[in-house]
Design a binder for this molecule. Structure first.
Ligand code: 5GP
Length: 179
């Protein structure tokens, strides 16, 4: 069923059930890769909050959880390239294995910036796990992006943590803009 958010119309793209099934597969990969490594899962707010919560419920290795906050969309429907560093990661990541948990990788600008920033703090490793990737939009490829739940077309999406004008984050599935 199509929905309206503010002035835009959206149609279903990925169902809640598909998301949960894919999260189980990704968590199984991470449980194998991070056995005995005590990783720190770092969520990139705001968009990661649902994905982070559902993913972490499926993780069964000892791990820590932390957050940082960046923004680049500033309420609209396209990336501004201007990144605001809203709040920094408060844990020491030196000599630790880091799993960055992102909502969506569009141009890759935000992720490229964050990985470079965290690399300076000398973690043992950084791996990125993203819910969504728009392969046709990538300008800054990030080598550390190793787990992607869904590749999607280069279109604006909302739901499951992602917003339009701060609305729609509470939806349990992903919806794409009807153009
Ligand atoms: P990038 O820096 O890769 O171009 O953009 C990444 C950020 O832009 C994401 O973390 C997210 O906040 C925002 N973003 C990119 N594509 C979309 C989209 O289709 N919908 C929404 N709601 N946000 C997006």
């Amino acid at each position: 069923m199509n929905i309206k958010i503010a002035d835009l119309e959206f149609e279903p793209l990925i169902s809640a059930e598909e998301i949960q099934n894919r999260i189980k597969e990704i968590a199984a990969e991470l449980n194998t890769d991070y056995k005995d490594k005590a990783p720190i899962f770092v969520g990139v707010l705001n968009g990661c909050f649902m994905f982070m919560a559902d993913l972490l419920k499926q993780i069964n290795v000892p791990c820590e959880v932390a957050f940082t906050k960046l923004s680049s969309y500033h309420g609209g429907i396209s990336s501004s390239r201007r990144i605001s560093d809203d709040f920094d990661l408060l844990v020491d990541i030196t000599n630790r294995h880091i799993v960055l948990v992102e909502d969506i990788v569009d141009t890759g600008n935000t992720l490229d910036y964050l990985v470079a920033k965290l690399t300076h703090r000398k973690p043992t490793s950084i791996t990125v796990c993203a819910l969504l990737l728009k392969p046709d939009a990538i300008i800054y490829p990030v080598e550390e992006l190793r787990h992607v739940a869904f590749n999607i077309p280069n279109e604006f999406v909302v739901g499951y943590g992602l917003d339009y004008m701060e609305l729609g984050r509470n939806l349990d599935g992903i919806y794409k803009r009807v153009v």
